[in-house]
Design a protein around this ligand. Structure first.
Ligand SMILES: [Zn+2]
Length: 286
């Protein structure tokens, strides 16, 4: 457990110059921005060979960079199609295999959407899939992996804070991925709006206490500014696009004053390492 939060990037920034897979290059680039976390992106499938993953894990370990894996986007724990729903477990297992090869523990995933069912029915299905996923992970020897369901940005997706906390109640290892930009976008910019950001952040951090002290302090997080429409999330922005929120400064101040140590992955569009560095520097200056 670290004494301060870890700040990292979701994949590589547009400014990363190397074309081929280069573990030392990725680790050095990340460390040069003062980052201590890197989320490997498997949104379109788990495709990194395990020997390459081990090499990346070693290069990052030398620089105190913790690795996590973002699982495939096509996971759907709430799908009405039984086949699709249960296949989600296989994608989580593949992600666990990869994160272990990387020397990390955290697997971040989107739980699914509501589709033609009510939110309650969708959540009920996702809870069942979650239970089966935990059993499958234990049976496969991935019991030390930390599954992290994410709060989601579109209104019709599963992934309000309450829904994510419900999924976390399935097993004490399941740790939330609080995507602050997603919550901001699904609330039409109301939650974490500039004028009420501090109290909203405080209320959310209070709500995490239901998970007990370890998870409330060491949760996973995504941070970026996000534009929205009526349906919620429209697109990720950079820290230079200040028309949309949420603002990061009040959150970082609360993490500092409360002594919380989450892992915060910056998901800015193309400048995730640069903006991650802004998060790390802002925190360090507190
Ligand atoms: Zn995500």
């Amino acid at each position: 457990m670290s004494e301060s939060p870890r700040f990292g990037s979701a994949g590589l920034s547009d400014s990363y110059p190397i074309k081929k897979f280069d573990p030392e290059g990725i680790a050095a680039f990340t460390a040069d921005f003062g980052l201590t976390a890197f989320e490997y992106q498997c949104g379109r499938g788990v495709r990194l060979a395990l020997d390459k993953a081990a090499a990346l894990g070693e290069a990052c370990a030398k620089r105190n960079i913790a690795l996590s894996v973002h699982a495939p986007y096509y996971i759907s724990m709430s799908s009405l199609e039984e086949d699709k729903r249960l296949h989600s477990i296989d994608y989580l297992l593949q992600s666990c295999e990869l994160v272990k090869a990387l020397g990390g523990r955290r697997v971040i995933f989107h739980s699914g959407s509501c589709g033609k069912q009510s939110r309650e029915e969708a959540l009920e299905k996702a809870m069942d899939t979650m239970r089966r996923a935990v059993e499958a992970c234990d049976a496969a020897g991935y019991g030390d992996c930390i599954l992290c369901p994410e709060t989601m940005g579109k209104v019709n997706q599963l992934g309000t804070l309450d829904e994510v906390l419900a999924l976390c109640s399935v097993d004490e290892r399941i740790t939330p991925c609080i995507d602050f930009g997603h919550l901001y976008a699904r609330s039409q910019g109301v939650q974490f709006a500039e004028e009420n950001a501090e109290e909203d952040y405080a209320a959310l951090l209070d709500q995490l206490q239901v998970l007990g002290p370890w998870r409330a302090a060491n949760f996973h997080a995504h941070f970026s500014r996000i534009a929205y429409t009526k349906g919620g999330e429209k697109c990720h922005l950079t820290f230079e696009d200040t028309q949309y929120g949420p603002p990061h400064a009040p959150l970082l101040a609360l993490l500092k004053s409360r002594g919380l140590t989450p892992t915060i992955i910056c998901e800015s569009a193309g400048t995730q390492a640069e903006d991650g560095q802004i998060l790390a520097r802002t925190y360090a200056a507190l």
